[in-house]
Structure formats: C-alpha cells, structure tokens
Design a protein around this ligand. Structure first.
Ligand code: SF4
Length: 753
C-alpha cells in the first residue's frame, strides 16, 4: 500500500484502515525518515471518502508514545503501587510464565486460570483469530470479556431470532427514509455494531433526502441535537417503550411482514407478550407520553423504508436482551428487516455462505459459573462476577489471570472490589501495550506490536458494515518483537504443556487447515482434486495470520477458490486496491442467513417468553425521587486506553458530573463546584457541570477515566486523571439472559463535596 509522492521523494504515502474504532475509516499516512509525519483521511477510499476523526489523526502518537511498552516486563515486588519493573527478553518472559503457570494448573486444575479479553481484541486479526486456540489450550471455563459490559444482549437476541450470535442486522443508513435510534450517540462514538465511516454525514443525508431520524436518549447528546426529534426517556426503560410500540403495531393493525411472512414464526405469541405494554401502561415508567409512543409507531410503520437501531444505552441495562430483541422485532413487524432501506445483513469477504436449510440454532447455559450460577453465554461468564470467582475459596477458584488488551479495573462494575480481588491472585500475565490500572497487577507483561507494525484487515467490522467492503494493508513498520499471533500461539503452547520452546507455526498450520479442510471436503467443492499442501503453498501474505485471511477470502462468498473462479477475490487481488474495495450495496440474505433450527425468524423463543414476566413486573415501578447515573461518550476518548495521547486529552475538563439545573438547585450544586456521588458500592468526587442537556433526575459521568492509581505508567493520562465511573456501578445486577452488566440507570445520591 505504498505510493511515492513525486513532489517529495523523501516521503512515502501509505493507505490503511484506521484500527481504532468500528467505523474503519481509510487513512493516508505520510512517512519521512521512518516516522509518520502526517495522518489524514484517504480521499480515494470508496467507503470513508476522506472522513477522519481526531483519534484517527493521532494514530501515530500511540506508536510513538514513550510510555508504550516495547519489551516484556516482569514485576519485582508484591504491591503494584510500590513494585519495580524489570525489562526482560521474550524467552525470559515466556520461561517465567511457564515456570509459574504450570504448578497452578497441576495443583488446582485448569479452571483456576481465568482470562479477560478487552475490546481492542476485536480490532486486530490476532485478537479475532488466534484467541480461540489460546483459550482452548488453557482449557478453562473462566472466560470473561468486554462483551458483557457492552453488546452481549445483541448476540443473544440475534442468536434467538436468527440462529446466529453474529447474525446482526445493521441499519441501511444510505437508503433508509426513517431511523429510530435508541441509546446511541454516533456523533461521538462514530457508530457501534454498525460500521459506517462518517456516520454523522450519513445521518445528515437521510434528512437531505427528505427522511427523518429520531433519537431516544436520557441526554440531549450531540446526535440528539442534530436529530429531527429527541425523546428524553428515563434510563433503563427502552424495553418498555419498544414493547409499547409493538403493542401499538398490533392494536392499530400496522403489522405488515411483507417478504418475511413465510419465514417468521411466533407472531401470535408476540402479540400476547406485548398486550400488557400499552402506551398508557409504560408512559410513567419511561417518562414518555403515550401519544408520543403512538405517533412514533405510526411514523415508523408508515415510512416507505425504516430501521430501528439500539446501541449501548439499550444494552447495558437490566432488560438489555429484551430491548435488543424488541428492536429487531419492530424491524420484522414493519417488514423492514432484510430489505433495502431497512435493517440488513452485510456480506463480508472472509465469510462463506451458509448451506441452505435449518441450522443448529442458538443456546446458552451449557455450564454455569461456580459462585453465582450464571449461565455461560458464547462460552463466557459475566465479567460482573469475575471478582466473585477470584475471592470465593473452593475448587475452581481463580488463582491466575490472563488479560489481553483489556483494562477491566476501569471498564467493569465495582472497580474497587475488582482491584482488591486482583491483589489476591497468585499469578497474572497481561498482553498489553501499556502498564495501566489493570496490567500493573500483572507479574509479566507482554507487549504486542503497535497498530502500525501489523497487517490490517478489520475483520470483525467488515461483517457489520453498511456497505460491503474490504481493505487489507501490510505492516507499515517492522516490529522489534514477535507478532501478536505469535505471542498468543506461544501462550497456547505453554498452556497446553508443549512448552515455550515449541514452534508457534504448529498453531498456524492448525488454523489454516481449519479453514481449508472444510472448504475442500464440502459437497460439490470447487476445490475437488486439490490437496491441502497445494493450497497452503498458494497462500499469499507476509505472515501466517495474513495467509489465514487469504484462505478465508479465497474460500469466501467472493473468493477465487484457488483459481476455480477466475474473477474471484484473493488477498493478493485485494492488496492491489490500496484504497480498499467496494463489494456492492447491502443485499437480501434471507433465507440463507437464518440458522435457527426451525429455519424461521423465531420471534417467541422460550428464553424471551420466560424473561418477559420480569419486564411485566417492572410496570409497577414508579420514579421514587432517586437520581439515576448514566454514562456518556466523547469523540476524543476510546474507552480508557487513548487518554495517554496529549492532543486527545488537552483542553476543558471532560470528566464532569452533568446535572440538570433543577436538580443542581435542589442539591445545592454550582457549576464548576465539586460533588460527591455515592452508590450502593462506592463513591467518587467529580467536578459539576450544570446543563439542561440532561434529563431531570438523571446525572452523567463518562467512563474510562480515573487514571490516578499508583503503579500504572501512563504519564499523560495521570495528569488528566478524572474519576472512574465504574467505582459506582454495581456488579450484583446483570441482564439475566446475556449476563451483561448494568452500567446505566444506577441509583446514586449526590451532594456538594
Ligand atoms: S472514526 Fe474511528 S475509524 Fe474513523 S478515524 Fe476516527 S477512530 Fe479511526
């Protein structure tokens, strides 16, 4: 992906996908003397068309950050606050892990080792592809990730409705006439579970072509400010509102399944489930007038095309899965699912089409967590119960932890408790580029290469993209250490007992053959007559992880099948498109995409029907005068991990407690003063920002701050510490179907500090 700028022969221009958030914008990077001197949006990228945000412009600053770890470190001393850290070689670090991990496994069993995976894993090829062999080698059931403080409800609702946890519809932003958005703020987040570079521009174009978008959110966010209508709902009540809209669709004869009629089941049960949720019954619960609910429903049903889209504020609440389910039920009942302008399923280049006919469906609860009995969901337990599993003695108690690209002490509920629990561990390993609030507990830190030292193919997000699109670029700079997939492979070999000296290529072969063998053996395969060895020899790419992607693309839905489809796609062909390759607009994927055991969209699966009683019971709840805490996003934050970049944290204090003027007056709070915020589990003191952008009765703190813990080594972040909102969130409450933590709608008291 290199072009020579003829006007500056000492400069090279490179193009690659921005790895920092889901939007996946194309970047143009100018390199001089081995350093990136300019980053701007790639104007020739057909997907992002030059769009860039402040984080993308600062990408090279993470690469250049002197606090970024370049060599492994071993901690000397028990207390993270006072310990010293020794730089060691990679063989020394691996030997230390082998020496200390094996006795724990031998004495206490494999469940004595826990693992936590942070959100950035979804943004690297190694994180997406090589975590599975590592986790398999660990053989533990104690698997946790950022999914249970984020999007797990969407995986569960998609699994139950469509049969696949990753079968997630995205709003067809570029063709829709009407978009109803709940708990989403793409003006700040740039979009999530919906890959759409320049999301704000796409929203403005809905309006420009005569359409509308409506935002439901307790805060008047930047997105709500730009919307045609803002509905300031009470936190945690999206499920009630959405059920009332389903109720109105049935009551007012607005259900039109259209092309979905023959492939949808459970319609009558859905009508019964929605019956108690009349607009009048939910109005006081939601703080939204019944007439508004009726009008929104009619607008949705009558728009030529429409989509409902719910994001983090809809998921991180106690009824997260029901709300996520109701979002897509509205898309089904209005006939907008899987049609242009509605909510559609992308076709990523690395995926094969499913075979026709019913699938295996989706289930949870194949095993349960030891202490609180939570069902596994996608093989994970809720991260909200991680502290329980470390603190509670008995067989299976977690005594050693791996964290990979994660900072659960900042990102997960009841942070102070988790911080104390991590001190009890016998051993901990972190794979991370920073010594942060969590990795300061590690005995060994293994730093992977920076984003500029690895190949880029945004695999997870091309599967959530509002246009079918692919882009690949090789590493821009050479890494001094092993590649991330090599680190994970070596950890897998240590965990499996083969040892740190075993060849990581063993794992590569396993992974690549895992793609090629099924493609070769499939009935009517275009590869008939070929051998695995021949195919392996034809793979393209500078490293094993790239060759694995090539295998996936070549046997995928646009693939060249190793020459059997001459016009088909391969990684080599993709590499000849440095600005990325547009693969066409979203197109219908039903019935192929439906993998439920009935072969239908199952509206009324038993888990949903069962959990509805809990939602019905909550109809009696009325506001009791408590203040409710919600989070918020900022364009220049990326959860916790980019606060060490000066240009992103400079300027006005961002970690403030937003309070409505009426509440501020009642509580005696002044703008710019300080307030103590207390919940059942903790308290923090934060600067007050009085603003009418927040609903009365609601206060807001952003997440990802609180960089004042001793022992972390992020010097810029420490100067802009802020407070950790997760000191206040309560790990004892989760959405029962998904295990997702409740991070919004936390009851708090607020007083002048
Ligand atoms: S919106 Fe996301 S992908 Fe685009 S430049 Fe910003 S951080 Fe990168």
């Amino acid at each position: 992906m290199t072009a020579l700028d003829e006007t500056r022969p000492d400069e090279q221009v490179h193009f690659r996908t921005c790895p920092l958030c889901e939007a996946s914008c194309g970047l143009e990077l100018t390199v001089r003397d081995g350093a990136v001197v300019r980053v701007r949006g790639d104007r020739d990228n057909p997907f992002s068309r030059g769009f860039i945000c402040p984080k993308g412009s600062a990408l090279q600053r993470v690469h250049d950050d002197p606090d970024r770890l370049r060599t492994p470190q071993i901690r000397r001393g028990d207390d993270p606050a006072t310990a010293t850290w020794e730089d060691v070689s990679w063989p020394e670090a691996y030997a230390e892990i082998e020496r200390r991990l094996q006795p724990i496994i031998e004495e206490h069993g494999r469940d004595a080792v826990g693992i936590y995976l942070g959100n950035p894993n979804a943004h690297t090829l190694a994180g997406v592809l090589y975590m599975r062999p590592f986790i398999r080698a660990l053989g533990t059931r104690n698997i946790f990730s950022a999914s249970t403080v984020d999007q797990m409800p969407k995986h569960v609702s998609s699994g139950l409705l469509f049969g696949g946890a990753l079968t997630i519809p995205v709003p067809d932003l570029d063709r829709t006439d009407y978009l109803l958005m709940l708990g989403a703020n793409p003006w700040e987040s740039n979009g999530s579970l919906c890959t759409a570079p320049d999301f704000p521009g796409r929203l403005k174009r809905i309006q420009a072509r005569g359409g509308r978008f409506v935002v439901v959110d307790p805060r008047r966010t930047r997105t709500a400010d730009e919307a045609d209508e803002h509905v300031a709902i009470r936190p945690g009540t999206d499920a009630h509102l959405l059920m009332a809209m389903i109720n109105v669709l049935f009551a007012d004869d607005l259900v039109h399944l259209g092309h979905l009629e023959s492939i949808t089941s459970g319609l009558d049960q859905t009508r019964e489930l929605a019956a108690p949720f009349t607009p009048a019954a939910v109005a006081d619960v939601c703080g939204v007038e019944a007439d508004t609910i009726r009008r929104l429903t009619h607008e949705l049903a009558q728009a030529p095309t429409a989509a409902v889209y719910g994001r983090i504020g809809t998921h991180t609440v106690e009824f997260g899965t029901l709300a996520s389910w109701a979002v897509d039920v509205l898309n089904v009942l209005t006939g907008n699912l899987d049609r242009p302008g509605g909510a559609m399923f992308p076709r990523p280049a690395h995926e094969r089409l499913a075979t026709q006919g019913p699938g295996r469906g989706f289930a949870t609860g194949r095993h349960h967590s030891r202490v609180k009995g939570f069902p596994e969901v996608r093989s994970e337990f809720p991260v909200a119960t991680l502290a329980d599993e470390i603190e509670t003695p008995g067989q299976g108690q977690i005594r050693a932890m791996f964290t990979v690209a994660g900072n659960p002490i900042m990102s997960t509920p009841d942070s102070d408790r988790l911080d104390a629990a991590f001190r009890q561990l016998d051993f901990m390993v972190s794979v991370d580029i920073y010594r942060n609030e969590t990795t300061r507990h590690a005995d060994v830190i293994l730093p992977p290469p920076s984003a500029l030292e690895r190949s880029e193919y945004h695999m997870a997000f091309f599967a959530l993209s509002v246009e079918n699109y692919a882009e690949w670029s090789p590493p821009l700079f050479e890494s001094r250490g092993p590649a991330e997939h090599e680190i994970l492979s070596t950890l897998a070999l240590i965990a499996s007992g083969q040892g740190a000296d075993a060849d990581p290529a063993l794992v590569d072969d396993l992974m690549i053959n895992g793609v090629l063998s099924p493609a070769l053996q499939a009935e009517g395969s275009l590869l008939a007559g070929r051998t695995i060895e021949e195919l392996q020899a034809e793979l393209f790419g500078p490293s094993a992880v790239d060759r694995l992607v090539d295998a996936m693309i070549r046997t995928g839905q646009y693939g060249d099948w190793f020459g059997a489809v001459p016009d088909g796609l391969s990684l080599q062909k993709l590499s000849q498109h440095p600005h990325g390759l547009h693969l066409g607009p979203l197109s219908s994927r039903f019935p192929e995409a439906i993998r439920t055991s009935s072969g239908t969209i199952e509206l009324a699966s038993p888990p949903i029907v069962g959990d509805m009683a809990r939602l019905r019971a909550s109809l009696d709840r009325r506001p009791n005068g408590e203040l409710l805490l919600v989070g918020r996003r900022h364009l220049r934050s990326n959860n916790s991990w980019m606060h060490n970049v000066k240009v992103l944290v400079k300027g006005k204090e961002r970690c403030t407690l937003q309070v409505h003027p009426d509440d501020a007056q009642k509580l005696g709070l002044a703008n710019g003063g300080r307030a103590e915020v207390a919940s059942r589990v903790g308290k923090v003191t934060a600067p007050v920002e009085v603003t009418d952008a927040i609903r009365p009765g609601v206060v807001s703190l952003p997440h990802g701050w609180g960089h004042d813990m001793e022992g972390a080594s992020m010097s810029v972040a420490a100067e802009h510490a802020g407070v950790n909102s997760n000191v206040l969130t309560d790990g004892s409450i989760v959405d029962p179907l998904s295990g997702n933590a409740v991070l919004n709608g936390i009851p708090v008291t607020v007083a002048p500090a």
